[in-house]
Design a protein around this ligand. Sequence first.
Ligand code: ZN
Length: 196
Amino acid sequence: MTKIPLPPAPGTDTHVSLALANSAVALPGQQRADDLETPEDATRWLADRGLVPGDTALLAYCQSQLTDLRAHLRTLFAAQAGGEEPSLPALSAVNRALTTVPSAPLLRHDQQSGFRREQAHPVTQLVEYAMAQIAEDAAALLASDEAALITHCAAPPCDRYLLRTHARRHWCSTRCGDRVRAARAYARKRNQVSPA
Ligand SMILES: [Zn+2]
């Protein structure tokens, strides 16, 4: 499967939860691109955002935890964008991600260097810690005034979410905007040439 060829959607640079929601996308021509397709992809995605150390190797189990969280975030963003009631399983999943791990690094001590803070090490715990940070971002975003800006890209089949940066913008990228404009122009042309 191809990697996502679109530039990032507005809001994903400041909100990692939106970035995770957009880490898979439907493309024209019945194609899908997924940046979390394999455990290696998922590792790179988290490491690129500083959410796990670069030398982490996610297991397939961790990858599926992350894609599950992605599905639940998409459900919550869809509910917010559509003014609908969010589903309880999606809400619970975010709350579980928030509370599964104590987010504080542990306090360690040794003779030579004294006290230091250290993140607990097993890979599953690293991923849970990363997911807690993503869930924290989602919770903060959805409960803030910014939540009113969350919208779905208006250029089908694209299914990304974005924060509307100004009132008229409804697509995630110029690529999607151009596709909509081209489709409109094509439809206009066809209407003009069709017999009256
Ligand atoms: Zn789009």
